[in-house]
Write a protein that binds this ligand. Structure first.
Ligand code: LLP
Length: 432
């Protein structure tokens, strides 16, 4: 569920009219609904209420300080993947003691910084990293808390670039080797075995791979608790969201109208299938949802600049591009596209493309959509996760602005980048 809907013929985010907002702030523009983020967090924590658990929001999905702050206020912890993300969490007022640090390539600088700041745990992805953390902690006279990430060799059945739980992926330690790693880790003096972690992939739309992974790995977690006194088992993130019918999926009625097999993966279903097994483990369970928390809480608005009718196709050229939202180009990701103004007389088959000089720069191809005209705004739905965070300055295009909506209030949480700022340091180097 989310808070984007048409009111008085215009798309709104909560009580804010997106037509007026974009006219004021320009485009492309990211707009997030704080209310939707709160609903998502509460839906997940309520579904897991019977379980000793903690939610560690995966900051990589959307790391704007104001977004982190919304989750911090709700009591969320944070799953981070770089020293930079830890820096952001701290600057947003978050507690490093509620941060888990994942990733296969942590640098010495990042490890030192995290130990200094007192993070909750390192999620270690190889034995080599374990030895390095032990060495660095020793030089600091500290004992670093660690969990090892197990790769359970379960097929998440998602896009190959975001599938992480198979043996051929670079992540974690193979299931067959993991006990040996704990045994050797237990002999190291400057690490403390605190937990076990796994994450099988992102944008999972079926509960089955989660069930398979939880059933395979929970007995291992229990064994490690008995052998080494670990206190938590992190089951990672990965809950998928609705991309295809994103706008319709806002009202509760849409969710209940779906047939059993078409119904999206909800925290309630997820909890129903995995909580009994997890509860029996007697361990604290950590979850690392990213996309679920913020994905449907954001849209990217862009303006139609030109209509170009070729012999084969009609192109609508917009002012947003693959550098602003790369998911369609990189993962063949589908984002539902809706006009900001509700009423159009006709629908036509179109490609919506950006100004970047690559054929991969499209938001949709051969899609039948309302016949938007130059000057009209369109919204790319479900762009709150892995949208702005993956943006770049390719083609010297400044970053879009980001807005956070709270009821009637719309606040600029990151101003649009200006060209001077984009080249500032280069100019200094040139003239220095
Ligand atoms: N935990 C770990 C260790 C992860 O690697 C990830 C995501 C998460 C949690 C959060 O997963 P989520 O709940 O958001 O699915 N850019 C891609 C997604 C990359 C996901 C990377 N890891 C996309 O736009 O689809």
């Amino acid at each position: 569920m989310h808070e984007f809907s048409y009111k008085n013929g215009s798309l709104h985010c909560e009580d804010v009219d997106l037509q007026a907002l974009t006219t004021e702030h320009g485009s492309p523009l990211y707009v997030y609904s704080a209310g939707t983020i709160r609903q998502n967090y509460l839906a997940m924590s309520q579904a897991l209420a019977g379980l000793d658990h903690e939610i560690a929001y995966a900051v990589k999905a959307n790391s704007n300080l104001s977004v982190i702050n919304v989750l911090r206020e709700l009591g969320s912890g944070f799953d981070i993947v770089s020293g930079g993300e830890l820096f952001r969490v701290i600057k947003a007022g978050g507690d490093p003691g509620k941060c888990t640090f994942a990733g296969v390539g942590k640098t010495e600088e990042e490890i030192r910084y995290s130990i200094e700041q007192g993070i909750y745990c390192f999620n270690v992805e190889s034995e080599e990293e374990l030895i390095e953390i032990n060495r660095i902690a020793a030089t600091m006279g500290k004992v670093a808390p660690i969990a090892v990430r197990v790769n359970p060799n379960v097929d998440a059945k998602t896009h190959k670039y975001i599938s992480t739980g198979k043996s051929e992926n670079k992540f974690g330690v193979d299931f067959e080797y993991i006990e040996g790693v704990y045994e050797r880790a237990s002999a190291l003096e400057n690490v403390h075995l605190k937990g076990l972690q796994m994450h099988i992939g992102s944008q999972l739309t079926s509960v089955k791979p989660f069930v398979e992974a939880v059933e395979k790995v929970t007995p291992l977690a229990v064994k490690l608790k008995e052998a080494y006194g670990i206190e938590f088992f992190s089951i990672g993130g990965g809950i998928g969201i609705v991309y295809e019918d994103a706008l319709a999926s806002g009202p509760e009625s849409w969710w209940t109208e779906q047939s059993e097999e078409d119904r999206p993966l909800t925290p309630a279903l997820y909890a129903e299938k995995i909580v009994p097994t997890l509860k029996e483990s007697g361990l604290k369970i950590l979850l690392e949802p990213g996309r679920y928390m913020v994905g449907n809480a954001g849209v990217m608005i862009t303006k139609c600049l030109y209509e170009k009718k070729g012999s084969a196709k009609t192109f609508k050229i917009v002012d947003g591009a693959m550098n602003d939202l790369i998911r369609p180009a990189l993962y063949e990701g589908h984002h539902e596209i809706v006009p900001v103004k509700e009423q159009y007389d006709e629908k036509v088959l179109m490609d919506i493309v950006g100004p970047v000089c690559e054929s991969g720069d499209f938001f949709c191809q051969n899609r039948e959509l309302p016949n938007v005209q130059p000057g009209d705004f369109i919204a790319l739905m479900s762009a709150g996760a892995y949208g702005f965070v993956m943006a770049s300055n390719y083609n010297t295009r400044p970053y879009p602005a980001e807005i956070l909506v709270n009821g009637e209030d719309a606040k600029v949480i990151k101003p649009r980048q200006v060209l001077e700022e984009l080249i500032e340091d280069e100019l200094e180097a040139l003239n220095g």
